[in-house]
Design a protein around this ligand. Structure first.
Ligand SMILES: C[S@@+](CC[C@H](N)C(=O)[O-])C[C@H]1O[C@@H](n2cnc3c(N)ncnc32)[C@H](O)[C@@H]1O
Length: 357
C-alpha cells in the first residue's frame, strides 16, 4: 500500500456553491434565459478561438456529418443503457453529447481547447498546440510503464483526437524498442511483462464512448487518415477498434489491457460515475497495468484565478464541475485497488493522475 498523496487544493471559489462567488454564479445560471444567453456566449467564444486560428468550424461540421450519418447504425450498440447523468446539457448543446452537433464539432472544439492552454502564443498552430498537449500527457505517463504496451483502451474517446495521439505515441514507443526502464520508486513487480521489442502489428488500440455519433465521426476521421496511413513519424498506422458503451460497464474482457487512459473525461462525470469507471478500469487492466487520467488541475493558478465572466461561461456548460473538483481522485484510485499513484501537472491548466493495478 503506497502512502496517500497530499490532497489537491479545494475547488476554486467560482466552482464552490457555498462560496459567495460560486453561489452567485449558480444563482445566475438558475435563471433560464440568462443561462441560455451564457450557454450561447460560451459557444461563441469557443468558435471564435477556433476560427481565429484558421479552423473552418462550420464547413468541417457539415462535412463530418454528411460522412458520419451513414455509419451511425453500424456504430450503435442498441443494448447500451445511457445513464441519466449523461443526458445533462453539456458544452452549449441542449442535447448534451447525444447529438450530431456535439459530435461534428468535437474535433474543432478540441483544437480550440488546446489553443486556449497557451493564450499568449497567438502564432501557435492548432496542430502544434494539440501535439504539445498530448505529448506532455504521454511523457508524464511513461515513468509508470514498466514494460511493453500491447493493448490500450481510451475511455471517453469522443471523436478520437486523443486516441489517435495515443496510438501514434505507442507506435513510436514500440519502434524505439520499448526502452525498458524501472524508474526509482516504481520497481518492476510480479506480473509485469519482461522487456521485449514488440512489432508494431502487435499493438491494439481501442476507443470507447457513450455517444454513437462521436464514434461514427471517429470512424470518418480514421478513414481520412487511411488516405496516407502513416503516423507523424512515418510508422504504419494500426486500425483502432471503436466500442459503443459506458465506461463504467464496458463489457470488455477482464485483465486484458496494459494501459487505460481517460483524457478530459472525469470533469464530465458525477463522483459516483468516476468511482464506477475507475473500478471498471481496475477490472480491465492486467496486474501491473496502468491507468492514466488527465483533466483540469485543481492546483492550477490559471484555473483558480479564472476571471469571473469566463468562469461563469465555463460553469454554464459543465454540469459536474463541482463534483469533479471536490473528488479526491487519488484516494478514489487507491480505494479501487490501484497503487503507486502519481500526480503531475502536464501544462498550465491540466494535471495527470497515473497509477498501477
Ligand atoms: C471532453 S470529451 C473527451 C475528449 C477526448 N477524450 C479527448 O481527449 O479529446 C468527454 C467524452 O467522454 C464521453 N463520456 C462521458 N461519460 C461517459 C461514460 N460514462 N462512458 C463513456 N463515455 C463517456 C463523452 O461522450 C465525450 O465524448
Amino acid at each position: 500500500m503506497t502512502p496517500a498523496l497530499p490532497a489537491s487544493s479545494p475547488p476554486p471559489n467560482w466552482v464552490e456553491s457555498n462560496h459567495p462567488l460560486g453561489w452567485l454564479i449558480d444563482r445566475l445560471l438558475a435563471v433560464e434565459p440568462l443561462r441560455w444567453l451564457l450557454f450561447w456566449q460560451a459557444r461563441r467564444l469557443i468558435i471564435r478561438t477556433a476560427e481565429g486560428r484558421g479552423i473552418a468550424w462550420r464547413q468541417r461540421r457539415e462535412l463530418l456529418q454528411r460522412a458520419a450519418e451513414p455509419l451511425l447504425v453500424s456504430t450503435t450498440n442498441p443494448a447500451v443503457a445511457v445513464p441519466p447523468y449523461y443526458r445533462a446539457r453539456f458544452h452549449a448543446y441542449d442535447a448534451g453529447n447525444l447529438c450530431w452537433a456535439a459530435a461534428c464539432e468535437a474535433e474543432q472544439a478540441t483544437a480550440s481547447m488546446a489553443l486556449r492552454v497557451w493564450p499568449n502564443e497567438p502564432e501557435l498552430a492548432p496542430e502544434l498546440a494539440q501535439s504539445r498537449l498530448r505529448h506532455a500527457i504521454f511523457s508524464a505517463i511513461e515513468p509508470s510503464l514498466t514494460g511493453p504496451v500491447r493493448r490500450a483502451l481510451d475511455l471517453g474517446c469522443s471523436v478520437g483526437v486523443g486516441t489517435f495521439a495515443l496510438r501514434d505515441w505507442l507506435l513510436e514507443r514500440q519502434a524505439a524498442g520499448e526502452a525498458f526502464q524501472s524508474p526509482e520508486g516504481f520497481p518492476a513487480v510480479a506480473g509485469d511483462a519482461e522487456p521485449s521489442a514488440a512489432t508494431p502489428s502487435s499493438l491494439q488500440v481501442e476507443g470507447l464512448d457513450l455517444s454513437a455519433e462521436m464514434l461514427a465521426v471517429a470512424r470518418v476521421r480514421e478513414a481520412e487518415q487511411q488516405i496516407s496511413p502513416v503516423s507523424s513519424s512515418g510508422l504504419a498506422l494500426a486500425p483502432i477498434s471503436w466500442h459503443h458503451g459506458a465506461a463504467e460497464a464496458t463489457g470488455l474482457p477482464a485483465a486484458a489491457y496494459d494501459l487505460i487512459t481517460l483524457q478530459f473525461v472525469c470533469h464530465e462525470l458525477p463522483q459516483s460515475a468516476t468511482r464506477a469507471v475507475v473500478a471498471e478500469a481496475a477490472r480491465l487492466l492486467r496486474p501491473g497495468g496502468v491507468i492514466a487520467l488527465v483533466d483540469q488541475d485543481p492546483d492550477s493558478e490559471v484555473i483558480r484565478r479564472l476571471p469571473a465572466p469566463i468562469a461563469t461561461l465555463l460553469k454554464s456548460t459543465e454540469p459536474y464541475l463541482e463534483d469533479y473538483f471536490r473528488l479526491d481522485l487519488a484516494a478514489a484510485l487507491q480505494a479501487a485497488g490501484f497503487r503507486d499513484v502519481r500526480r503531475a501537472a502536464v501544462d498550465p491548466r491540466h494535471r495527470l493522475l497515473v497509477a498501477r493495478r
